[in-house]
Each structure stands twice: as structure tokens, then as C-alpha cells.
Design a protein around this ligand. Sequence first.
Ligand SMILES: O=C(O)[C@H](O)[C@@H](O)[C@H](O)[C@H](O)COP(=O)(O)O
Length: 241
Amino acid sequence: MEPNYQWHEGSDAQSLAENLAGELVIKIGDAISERGLAVLALSGGSTPKPLFKALAEHDIEWSKVIITLVDERWVAPSHELSNAAFMHRFLLDALPDTVRFVPLYQAAESVQESLSSVLGNYCHVTRSTMDQPRPFDIVILGMGEDGHTASFFPDADNIAQLVDPLSDEFLMCCSSPSTQVPRVTWSLPQLLTAPFLALHFTGESKRAVFERACGDSDATTLPIRSAIFQTRVPLNVYYAA
Ligand SMILES: O=C(O)[C@H](O)[C@@H](O)[C@H](O)[C@H](O)COP(=O)(O)O
């Protein structure tokens, strides 16, 4: 199978972010027109900072937008590693209160125990049940230097399950030596339901990782392959050096 993606390259990280934000405005409008709301799953980390700031500047019907995270470090929102805190700082706090956010962290005895309440809250906010064909209209993935995406870390003890395209899981836990804290992540099949799937990364070193992932190696060593070598939804790669 050939890698399946469309390449969008920006002259720099800022113009790339503005270009992707402009595309998201269109896709959000399409989703609202089609089903009365737009559900976005966005990645944390650091790359999305200019994207979040650019998106916040657009005039969107935020009351019809629901935002969640692709994955989350299993820490309280007050913790420095929290993706929810990152998203509040660079996106949510700049939006009208009418936008709805679904966090992936819920206090519980364990990460696994938190998943059912996170999922229940997601379904409550989106007024959906998880047997609906697609939970998300838009998914924006990031990628690490080790080829991980979402929280599909190559050294995770359950990496084979995390990159399983046939998984019937919705939310999954990930514990890996390379992450400082346990992780919660939407499963690959759930992420691959979005009509607009984008991978957003910058830097020559990550481009080299992406190009290696397009070659011949398996997804458990370069998990980003699980988004590249799939035919469920088109993958749009947004890159700047
Ligand atoms: O929780 C996270 O960190 C992200 O969801 C993760 O998958 C991220 O997209 C990559 O690690 C890239 O992170 P940077 O943008 O910081 O390089």
C-alpha cells in the first residue's frame, strides 16, 4: 500500500498555522451546515500554539462548536503538563463562553477508571452515543520525534492495541517510559472517523521522521504510520521547516 496523504507546506510555522486555521474555519462551517454542530479533536503539545491563536481570531459560531483533545496527560488542569491548560491558555480563554470543551482528564483512582466518566461526559455534551458513525468532524494530529501521534507511543506496553485499526475501544490508556505521566487517548478508529484529518508538524527533523514512516517499517515502531497507511479518511499533512 502506498502512503496516502495530501501535502500542504508553509513558508514558516506562523503562515502554516494561519493557513490551517483558515481551512478549519471552512470545515467548521461545513459541519455546522451539515449537522448543526462541529466537533473538533485537537492535539496538545506545543506545535499547535500558533494554530490555536490564529483560530481564536476568526469569527465562528462558537456556540455550535465542541472541542476536545486528541489525547491528554493524566494530570489535573492545574498541572504544567496539562493539555487542557495549554488549550485554555492559547485557545479556549480567547473564545466566547458558549463554546463547549470536553476534557479527557477526570480525577479517579486510576486512568482506566476515569475513562467511563470521560466518555459519559463526552456523550452528554455532544448529545451523542458512541455508536454514532463519527464522533469528530475535525481531528488535528501532532507527531513526536519518535514517530508517535496522539498518545500512541512506540514504547508503550500496549502499543499494538493503540495502533490497532480494528480496535473497538473509544478511549484508551497509555503508559510508556517516554511519557512523564500516564496518558488518555482517543483510539485510532475513533480518530479516523473525521472527514477532515490533519497532521500538523514543523521542523526538518520531524520531516525526516515522517519520510521514514512513509517507508517500510511497522506502525508499532513508528505509530504515525497508522494515520498514513489507512484509507478511511484522507490525511492532510501541514508542514513547515
Ligand atoms: O499530548 C501531546 O503531547 C500530544 O498530543 C502529542 O501527540 C503531540 O502532538 C506530539 O508529542 C508533538 O508534540 P509537540 O507539538 O510539542 O512537538
